[in-house]
Design a protein around this ligand. Structure first.
Ligand code: FES
Length: 414
């Protein structure tokens, strides 16, 4: 069971060189440019490690945040399969909690300290904000470096096709691909230095005009200096826990979108999407376009129709494009007869092949009415309940921050 490939659709083609890797001793074929997680997912392999209780864990956030996809790669443990490129001849093994931690120590002899090489600005994160910052600052004559632990520029929002695929239909009318690729080209064609596959592991303020940043790439450490850092580390999805939420059949909406938009994989054959916000509706529409069967969309907020119709009409004047886009997604779901349950939340998920997803109405006051469950059967549940800003790095560097009542932190001083 599991995800299946849509690589033969007319708008895209596979261009990655065929490769073979081993997963737990079994040889699997794939394409250069895929991540290890994408290659395994395309073969229906979802369990990547076992927790202490013996439960399987697998891909979850799809963006390097949760470590649920940790595997051993050529004997090095703790590698994130969602970020790790699939390479010919690689030996990938699943982990269980007894696997001894065996990271290769960084190669200190190659610790590059080049104090001559001081950047005016180091931008951490290469999503829309990072790319725009780089483009603007390089235009002012500053020496800029942009750093990202992913293998491509664009972040989550402007994520591009992985190197395993290319566009077949050049006139593809997709704003995120198109705008992202324009911005990426502008940055690549400028004097901005780009460091991809580089994880920031430490940073220290030496003086008011001097910060150092330690990067780790392929087990080699590098030290760079910058006068200023701009954090464009984006956000990660909020996933609300419920019994069964750690099943490898459950991934975030963002992970499902990465599988689809970067690797041309549907997250499953029969999918339920649950959470809150427009990204879930966008994913639902994109999955339908790519042949997945949407079993249902579970939205935590109340149905805006008919009581909020006037507010929706007013919104047309503020951002008509966004409203048109949202209406298109909704129309697609209605035309395809996808059940949409407003003001519902997932109550429990159990079973594997497929999973049973129990959802309950949300009562006024926030509790679930567990006497009125609705059940769905699907091989995949995608969850997304909004976003939390990814602000660990500025906090580690001592930037002041405050906690909001909602548990969200906010940087208040740089
Ligand atoms: S870190 Fe890979 S799925 Fe979250």
């Amino acid at each position: 069971m599991g995800g299946y490939s849509t690589i033969n659709d007319k708008n895209f083609k596979v261009i990655g060189k065929p490769i073979k890797l081993k997963f737990n001793g079994i040889t699997l074929s794939g394409f250069e440019g895929q991540s290890i997680a994408a290659l395994l997912y395309s073969k229906g392999i979802r369990g990547l490690r076992n927790s202490k209780s013996g439960d399987e864990r697998g891909l979850f956030c799809g963006m390097g945040v949760c470590y649920e996809c940790a595997v051993s790669v050529n004997g090095i443990t703790g590698k994130r399969a969602c970020l790790e490129p699939a390479k010919d001849g690689t030996d990938v093994r699943s982990l269980d909690y007894k696997t001894p931690y065996n990271p290769i120590p960084p190669i200190i002899s190659e610790y590059k300290i080049d104090s001559e090489k001081t950047y005016d600005i180091a931008i951490i994160g290469s999503g829309p904000a990072g790319l725009m910052a780089a483009k603007t600052l390089i235009g002012k004559g500053l020496k800029v470096v942009i750093i990202d632990e992913r293998l491509g520029l664009g972040g989550q929002y402007f994520k591009q096709l992985a190197k395993s695929h290319s566009f077949e239909n050049k006139s593809l009318n997709d704003y995120q691909y198109r705008r992202g690729s324009e911005l990426i080209k502008q940055v690549q064609n400028s004097d901005t230095e780009v460091k991809l596959g580089s994880t920031v592991i430490a940073s220290e303020k030496i003086s008011n005009n001097h910060l150092n940043i330690s990067l780790l790439k392929n087990e080699v450490m590098e030290l760079i200096n910058a006068k200023r850092i701009i954090f464009c580390t984006g956000a990660y999805e909020i996933a609300r826990p419920f019994p069964g939420w750690t099943s490898p059949n459950i991934i975030t909406t963002g992970a499902a979108q990465s599988l689809l938009r970067s690797y041309r994989l549907n997250a499953g054959k029969e999918i339920v999407i649950a959470g809150n916000g427009p990204l879930n509706f966008q994913l639902a529409a994109e999955l339908i376009d790519n042949g997945a069967k949407l079993k249902g969309v579970i939205e935590a907020s109340p149905n805006p129709f008919p009581f909020k119709t006037i507010s929706l009409i007013k919104s047309m004047f503020y951002d008509p494009n966004l409203m048109i886009q949202g209406s298109t997604y909704l129309a697609k779901l209605i035309l395809n007869r996808v059940p949409i349950l407003f003001k519902h939340h997932v109550n429990e998920v159990f079973g594997k092949n497929p999973s049973t997803i129990k959802v309950s109405p949300i009562l006024d006051g926030g509790k679930l009415d567990i006497n009125k469950n609705v059940e769905f059967s699907a091989d995949t549940l995608c969850v997304g309940y909004g976003f939390l800003s990814n602000d660990e790095l500025p906090r580690l560097l001592g930037c002041k921050y405050e906690y909001k009542e909602t548990g969200v932190s906010k940087i208040i001083c740089d």
